[in-house]
Design a protein around this ligand. Structure first.
Ligand code: UDX
Length: 439
């Protein structure tokens, strides 16, 4: 099959490269000429494990190419995927759909025969109807169907998530479109991945419901962690104790500094707004959004308390800036709110991240970036673990203890053991676990 992927961002690139790897012929289209030029030369604009190799091998096999010309990419395509950005609109939190609608207008002008137009970007319920209306209005005689096919890719594991998905959700009631989508994903359901056909609106809502549920699960365990700290419990044991119940499941029960990233904050907000607009508010999601926002500031207070109530003039070393490991993505990373609050309190910040420093420089001011974790600890009054990169798990903690001005570690991801930290002489606090000294 021939595929056009509109938008060579995170979702478009990963999906395009994976479809090409299935044997389809894929053209990725992006208006950003510099990006297309770079991709043609094998430079990948994002950090995603395995993506550079996947792109290179499929370009070499002539199944994947890049262009700025939408008309060229779309002309012979059986399916055109819209994978452009849907950022939160400033002010009201609704998803900004202007890129999606512009893509729909451009696609309408470029298709030459029956074409399946697929929204892959996360879009509010009803967007598929609007895309269909725009195409029909722009080209009355066009033959097409609009399908919703949301992605469930995690950054850092996107290729595996694409190739071994828990499920594929396809929203369409058009029989021809159903056949095209079945053909596109054939390698996957031959592999036993369930292909779930629903109505278009149901598919759009399913994506938001999935992300909101996961954000709720994280927020739930975060609040239980706070309670553990008060009553003297251990949140990791609670998570295991509830997670072994199959009805609950053990994933997404890691307590931490609050969720961030390009999806959960934006999608929970958009779902909340849509639900309010339709007069069916999802109150549990409204609460999740508020609790998660407050949590980041609460994490800065935790650091301040560990330093005796004030960080003024103190040096705080930060390990991990990205919203999670194995990405360079800083979008809505908890580190931003935590560092800003500490700076407001008068702290001096030294930070290290294995991949995120370049992106961090764009969103944080007055931070000294260092190229290894030990330099972040050197002379610091406190060391805060914000992102659980594997490289931080096996640090020489004795060496770190010897380098710090004060041996204070605040571990917001529970990567160290309280008893070990205590015996090394650290004043150690973590999430939802009372320290040995407290108990
Ligand atoms: C998420 C969804 O998992 C994916 O299906 C969707 O398509 C896009 O959004 P992603 O944002 O890449 O993917 O990251 P994910 O691994 O889900 O983590 C999101 C945030 O939740 C991170 O800030 C992470 O640190 C946090 N998190 C996750 C926790 O705090 N605890 C957990 O148990 C799991």
């Amino acid at each position: 099959m021939r595929i056009a992927m509109i938008g060579a961002g995170y979702v478009g690139l990963v999906s395009g490269a994976c479809f090409a790897d299935f044997g389809h012929t894929v053209t990725c289209v992006d208006t950003h000429a510099g990006k297309i030029q770079a991709l043609k030369q094998g430079e990948i604009p994002i950090y995603e494990p395995g993506l550079a190799e996947l792109v290179a091998s499929n370009v070499k096999a002539e199944r994947l190419d890049f262009t700025t010309s939408l008309a060229e990419g779309v002309a012979d395509a059986d399916a055109v995927f819209i994978a452009v950005g849907t950022p939160s609109r400033r002010g009201d939190g609704h998803a900004d759909l202007s890129y999606v609608y512009q893509a729909a207008r451009d696609i309408a002008g470029a298709i030459s025969r029956y074409t399946v137009v697929v929204t892959k970007s996360t879009v509010p319920v009803g967007t598929g109807d609007e895309v269909e209306r725009i195409i029909r209005e722009t080209r009355a005689e066009a033959e097409f169907a609009v399908v919703s096919n949301p992605e469930f890719l995690r950054e850092g594991a996107a290729i595996t998530d694409f190739k071994r998905p828990d499920r594929i959700v396809v929203g369409t009631e058009d029989e021809r479109a159903r056949q095209v989508m079945t053909e596109l994903y054939r390698p996957l359901f031959l592999n036993q991945s369930p292909l779930l056909f629903t109505s278009r609106r149901t598919a759009e809502l399913t994506k938001y419901a999935a992300n909101a549920f996961l954000a709720t699960k994280i927020t739930f365990i975060n609040e239980i962690a706070d309670l553990c700290e008060q009553v003297g419990g251990n949140v990791q044991d609670v998570a295991r104790g509830i997670g072994l119940d199959n009805r609950i499941g053990s994933k997404f029960l890691h307590a931490g500094p609050g969720y961030g990233g390009s999806c959960f904050p934006k999608d929970t907000l958009a779902l909340m707004k849509t639900a309010q607009d339709y007069g069916a508010p999802v109150r549990i999601v409204e609460t999740v959004v508020a609790v998660n926002d407050q949590r980041k500031r609460a994490m800065a207070r935790k650091v301040t308390e560990a330093l005796g109530g004030s960080v003024r003039g103190k040096t705080v070393g930060v390990l991990g800036l990205t919203f999670k490991p194995n990405t360079d993505d800083m979008r809505d990373a908890p580190s931003i709110a935590i560092i800003t609050a500490l700076q407001d309190g008068g702290a001096v910040i030294k930070a290290h991240d294995p991949e995120g420093i370049e992106q961090a420089k764009l969103v944080l001011d007055n931070v000294t970036y260092v190229d290894n974790p030990y330099h972040a600890a050197e002379g610091a009054d406190a060391l805060v673990i914000v992102t659980e990169w594997d490289a931080f798990r096996a640090l020489d903690l004795k060496r770190i203890h010897g380098m710090m001005a004060q041996p204070v570690v605040i571990d917001l991801r529970n990567i160290y053991r309280p008893d070990e930290m205590e015996s090394l002489g650290f004043r150690y606090s973590s999430i939802g676990r009372r320290t040995v000294a407290d108990a």
